[in-house]
Ligand binder design. Structure first.
Ligand code: B12
Ligand code: SF4
Ligand code: SF4
Length: 350
């Protein structure tokens, strides 16, 4: 009797990844995307990372998988969907509300994606004894977008994020590096064509050229990463966004294939984060901030940045009703909060 052959390791690995909630899967050779290191260095040389010094401090490791781990042979790229059920741009017309970007309205993806990746990696090690693995999501010196594109999950769109034919712009990415030599997938093909919707939609003109983002002008950077006063000329463009920005992602025509049903349920929005009132955000103290944003990626920015952002949104609202709370905040102990409140008062009618 002939024993039935098992499907290839790559196919079984994909099935395990899907069972753990990953809707996108692919494999790249660890030497794929060789142009990435040079482009990263160019981006850093132009200062486009702003004050994210962690982007430059391990640039050699970030630029290529082998720069980080010389023994790595293959990269397993994984994507989890957070496709929203509502139009992320709908709140633009509600200046009394703060807009929190879709990716942060549910559970913290760092925890959810990492937990699932570790389970996949454990399966792989059990299946291929001797294999070594390392799992990464977001915070490690790893270029997740070009590696995912090389592994066939999609392509880097002109907004620079990975776009998938099935899931649009709404994938969280993660990577497993392994010493195993796995059969690579076909790389993704650029399907942007002559479209420029994301470039046209950006409220702060953060794209110096298609496929390139100047983080210093990006609302995501300004509201999340940047810890200080926001440049005056960019404040109007921020509108009522208090955490991140979805505009370039939301206008992408490929989103029409992204089914909400594919979104991982850990990312379902928490009711209080969908359309928080600016008045509530402006009233937050440290304890209140920690309570509202526990379990959310937003907790990392702390009360100061959130209230600074809410003050700018209030300044953009045209609503003089915010004046009393802004007058109190103009005396706040956190200088960037006090400064933003004074700016907002100057913007609002008496
Ligand atoms: C730093 C960072 C940021 C910075 C800088 C953004 C950026 N575009 O680099 C800021 C804070 C602005 C940011 C914002 C956001 N981010 Co972010 N971020 C990262 C991080 C940590 C590193 C990205 C990086 O390496 N940047 C360096 C630049 C040089 O790399 P690059 O963008 O790939 O640059 C390429 C292009 O410029 C291209 N290129 C350059 N020249 C040319 C010329 C031509 C002709 C062509 C074709 C290409 C080309 O080649 C470069 C190399 O691949 C990754 C996580 C990770 N470890 O990868 C998450 C990550 C990219 N972010 C993510 C998300 C979700 C966002 C936001 C949508 C969040 C939000 N809603 O507010 C926004 C989107 C803003 C935008 N349009 O990019 C996701 C993206 C998922 C996806 N589907 O792609 C990631 C992967 C996190 C994750 N694990 O899921 N982010
Ligand atoms: S996230 Fe917003 S500000 Fe940043 S590049 Fe996209 S549209 Fe522009
Ligand atoms: S909006 Fe258009 S140009 Fe931008 S990523 Fe999507 S398809 Fe590409």
């Amino acid at each position: 009797m002939v024993a039935e052959a098992l499907p290839a390791l790559e196919d079984r690995l994909e099935a395990v990844a899907r069972a753990h909630g990953f809707v996108a899967f692919g494999i790249a050779d660890a030497s794929a995307a060789p142009q990435t290191a040079e482009r990263l260095n160019q981006w850093l040389a132009e200062g486009r990372h702003g004050d994210m010094i962690w982007m430059e401090s391990r640039a050699a490791q970030r630029g290529s998988p082998k720069g980080l781990w010389p023994e790595v042979r293959s990269v397993i790229a994984l994507g989890m969907s957070y496709a929203p059920a509502q139009d992320p741009l709908a709140l633009a017309e509600h200046p009394d509300r703060g807009r929190i970007s879709v990716y942060a309205q549910g559970g913290d993806y760092h925890d959810v994606v990492k937990r699932a990746m570790k389970a996949v990696a454990r399966w792989l090690v059990a299946e291929a004894p001797g294999a070594e693995v390392k799992v990464f999501v977001d915070t490690a010196p790893v270029m997740e977008k070009p590696l995912s594109a090389a592994a066939g999950l999609g392509w880097q769109g002109k907004h620079s994020n990975l776009v998938s034919r099935e899931h649009g712009s709404w994938l969280f990415l993660g990577a497993i590096y392994t010493t195993l030599e796995l059969a690579p997938s076909n790389p993704g093909r650029d399907r942007c064509g002559s479209c420029s919707a994301c470039q046209d939609a950006c409220p702060t003109q953060a794209f110096p050229a298609p496929y390139q983002v100047d983080a210093r002008r990006c609302i995501s950077y300004l509201t999340i990463e940047h810890n200080g006063p926001i440049p005056l000329d960019l404040r109007r463009g921020i509108g009522n966004r208090v955490y991140g920005c979805d505009d370039c992602l939301a206008v992408c025509p490929w989103n029409k294939f992204a089914e909400t049903a594919h979104a991982h349920r850990a990312f379902l929005p928490r009711a209080e984060l969908v359309a928080p009132s600016l008045a509530d955000l402006l009233a937050l103290d440290d304890a209140g901030f920690r309570q509202v944003f526990a379990g959310s990626p937003i907790k990392r920015i702390g009360r100061g940045r959130m209230v600074r952002n809410a003050a700018i949104a209030a300044g953009n609202s045209g609503d003089a009703g915010f004046r009393p709370v802004l007058e109190r905040l103009a005396e706040d102990d956190t200088p960037m909060v006090a400064e933003a409140a004074r700016w907002a008062l100057d913007e609002l009618p008496l």
